[in-house]
Design a protein around this ligand. Structure first.
Ligand code: F6P
Length: 338
């Protein structure tokens, strides 16, 4: 069985690898090969053996022991390259741990007769076919700790503090870390609000003697702005690189309210570091389920969390739904604003 980790890294990836290797070895006698740096390793035959001893103690480690890249196997002669690699290494199939792009590639490869089981991975928690993605809980924990720190320095200086968190399509990290840290405003792409409204929340917090705290998702755009703020060019998939809206807000809020304001972009701090206990358990269960799915021939599916159960969902269906923050969840949180 081949394993690869592709796309942005995420706390818990190593726990998936360990779960799959230990589960597959014990229950099915599989041998595992790990491809380095995602699909790049598959295409370039950059492969390492993954014995039981190679995965001992890794579930608490951040990042991915296999490395990752955003190489897209559907570009050029990628599909034939993957097929050749699977044959040459004598693989029954692949376990692909990745986000939207990786799962879309897995679906295409399955359609071309290459066996793949997917494991969803993103800190953004925006995949509709699973209740939670592993890595999300860790990212929220890290963001909350950081925002708590911003609060104490903000209170000392009587400043407004703006914390920008990740979330390419959805505001889940902002919603959860903002609620957990008691933010006076949470700004997410699903719910544009005007700069006037944000200022009103900030001023109201200041007038009650508080240091205003604003948590903003990287993809947020204020009402009336056509697109998210993305001044940093494109990534390898041609998508705009987000990040910086917090800094834009810093200037706007300071000018409009007269309150001294400082913004912090948390960026990749949220993706790095050790997974929480919740993510280690979820990721381990997904790894165990992925190898069981492969052994049962449920190729073309991904493993996903439904309630407390791990189930298989067809990749076709899985990729259809983006999970954004429902309006009711935002309204619930907004009672606490200002
Ligand atoms: O998809 C996960 C994510 O962390 C997004 O929240 C963010 O926009 C993106 O990856 C950043 O990607 P990169 O590491 O390529 O800059």
């Amino acid at each position: 069985m081949g394993i690869l980790t592709s796309g942005g890294d995420c706390p818990g990836v190593n726990a998936v690898i360990r779960g799959a290797v230990l589960g597959g070895d014990v229950a099915h006698g599989y041998e595992f090969l790990g491809f380095k740096d995602g699909w790049r390793g598959v295409l370039e035959q950059d492969v390492v053996p993954l014995p039981r001893t190679g995965v001992r103690g890794i579930s608490r480690l951040g990042g991915t022991i296999l490395g990752t890249s955003r190489t897209n196997p559907l570009v050029g002669k990628g599909i034939e390259g993957v097929r050749a690699s699977v044959r040459r290494n004598g693989l029954e199939g692949l376990i692909a741990i990745g986000g939207e792009g990786t799962l879309a590639a897995a679906r295409e490869l399955c359609g071309q007769g290459i066996n793949v089981v997917g494991v969803p991975k993103t800190i953004d928690n925006d995949l509709g076919a699973t209740d939670y993605t592993f890595g999300f809980d860790s990212a929220v924990q890290t963001a909350t700790e950081a925002i708590d720190r911003l609060r104490t320095t903000g209170e000392s200086h009587h400043r407004c503090m703006v914390a920008e968190v990740m979330g390419r399509n959805a505001g889940w990290i902002a919603l959860h870390s903002g609620m957990a840290s008691g933010a006076h405003a949470i700004l997410i792409p699903e719910h544009p609000v005007s700069l006037e409204q944000i200022c009103a929340w900030v001023v109201s917090a200041r007038d009650r003697g508080r240091a205003p705290l604003v948590v903003v998702a990287e993809a947020f755009a204020p009402e009336g702005y056509a697109a998210p703020y993305a001044p940093r060019g494109l990534d390898t998939f041609g998508r705009p690189r987000l990040g910086g809206i917090g800094l834009l807000l810093e200037g706007e809020l300071q000018i409009r309210t007269g309150i001294e304001t400082r913004a912090t972009v948390l960026g990749h701090i949220q993706r790095g570091g050790e997974p929480t206990a919740f993510d280690r358990v979820l990721a381990t269960r997904l790894g165990l389920a992925a190898v069981e799915s492969a052994a049962a021939g449920r190729w073309g599916t991904m493993v996903s969390l439904r309630g407390t159960d791990i189930v298989n969902v067809g990749l076709e269906q899985a990729l259809g739904e983006l999970k954004v923050v429902p309006e009711a969840r935002y309204q619930e949180a907004s009672v606490l604003f200002g």
